[in-house]
Ligand binder design. Structure first.
Ligand code: ATP
Ligand code: MG
Length: 325
């Protein structure tokens, strides 16, 4: 089965081809800003609209596959920016009508998780999912039904990093700017540490760190912020691991690209004697390969795709409800 897959819930437009569960192409183009602004929804939608066609043609060419050889389409139906989701939905629906293909609507977050099973050969891990819009500790029952063990009570870790970066004058996305700045710090600043049971809160930490900008260097603020934010995450992750007795842990989502966070998880996993399964960078941030792999996973589980007229988008969509179409 050849799957042509599309991602575009947020800043990244991506097209991939998955042949019998094997990723053969994964192309992407991301919206960024030089100025300290966040994502402007209309600009993100325009970005995707202007790149989807070229990405699709390039993906087919690179995989040496024609549209006639595609068996099914897959697209990220949510959660995400409404305007961006509409662009993906229109594009994929048009393709589905033109080429008489069915389509799989994929929950973006579920795809971030399940791709680890296929790429890093995870069997039954605890997933630490940290991205711009999400911060959750999850396991999958029967590899299909998500159970959330803990999450942020307010903003996601990636969003917190992006907000702080904006306050410090960096462009979007901000996570990498904060990571690079933190490496040059020469002082540790104490900041608020907010863990409530299995949940976390990052909003107060961002406000606190932002207020330091006229008193401390960007580097020291970035370092202090990372150390506190990541330590909070490690605390709840360790508790979830103890509770679930999982022997594998996966770090996924765009913030998983952070080397300091990876280092902290590596040492925690070593101390607990469990496996930390690493994904290649191209599968951590948003990408269409994970959407194609999720569709392949659905196919293996006997889940039927939709007709073009049944395609939908869900800007707000809890991961526990990813099979409610
Ligand atoms: N090196 C890094 N360190 C920390 N954060 C990073 C790094 N690289 C990227 N990020 C953050 O990752 C986030 C993007 O994650 P991702 O590509 O999964 O997209 P997303 O829109 O957040 O998706 P989701 O819908 O899954 O929340 C941004 O907040 C960005 O700042
Ligand atoms: Mg994402």
């Amino acid at each position: 089965m050849n799957i042509l897959a599309f991602e575009g819930t947020a800043h990244t437009a991506s097209v991939a081809i998955v042949k019998k569960g094997k990723i053969v192409t994964n192309l992407k183009h991301s919206y960024t800003t030089q100025q300290p602004t966040g994502m402007v929804p209309r600009e993100v939608a325009e970005h995707h609209a202007s790149h989807l066609k070229d990405l699709t043609l390039q993906a087919l060419k690179q995989a040496n596959v024609s549209m006639r050889e595609i068996d099914v389409l897959a697209y990220s139906a949510g959660p995400g920016l409404g305007a961006a989701l509409q662009v993906i939905n229109s594009f994929v629906t048009a393709l589905s009508i033109k080429h008489n293909l069915l389509l799989y609507p994929i929950h973006h977050s579920f795809a971030h998780l399940i791709v680890a099973n296929y790429i890093a050969k995870a069997k039954d891990p605890l997933y630490i999912y940290v991205s711009g819009g999400n911060t959750q500790l999850i396991m999958l029952k029967d590899n299909l039904h998500p159970v959330v063990y803990g999450e942020t009570e307010d903003i996601a870790l990636g969003n917190a990093l992006d907000k702080l970066a904006r306050e410090l004058g960096y462009g979007f996305p901000g996570g990498k700017h904060i990571e690079d700045a933190a490496k040059k710090a020469d002082k540790f600043i104490e900041m608020p540490y907010t863990v409530k049971g299995m949940d976390l809160s990052y909003a107060g930490l961002v406000t606190f760190a932002s207020k330091l900008k006229d008193k401390e260097t960007k580097e020291n603020i970035a370092y202090g912020f990372q150390e506190h934010a990541f330590a909070m995450l490690m605390e709840v992750a360790e508790r979830a691991l103890a509770y679930t007795e999982k022997e594998e842990v996966v770090l996924t989502g765009g913030v998983a690209l952070n080397s300091r966070l990876q280092e902290m998880l590596k040492s925690m996993a070593e101390e607990r004697g469990i496996k930390y399964l690493k994904l290649e960078p191209q599968y951590l941030g948003d990408n269409a390969a994970m959407i194609g792999v999720a569709a392949w996973h659905f196919h293996l589980h006997g889940i039927e795709p939709l007709k073009s007229e049944e395609a939908f988008t869900k800007p707000r969509w809890r991961i526990e409800k990813h099979l409610e179409w």
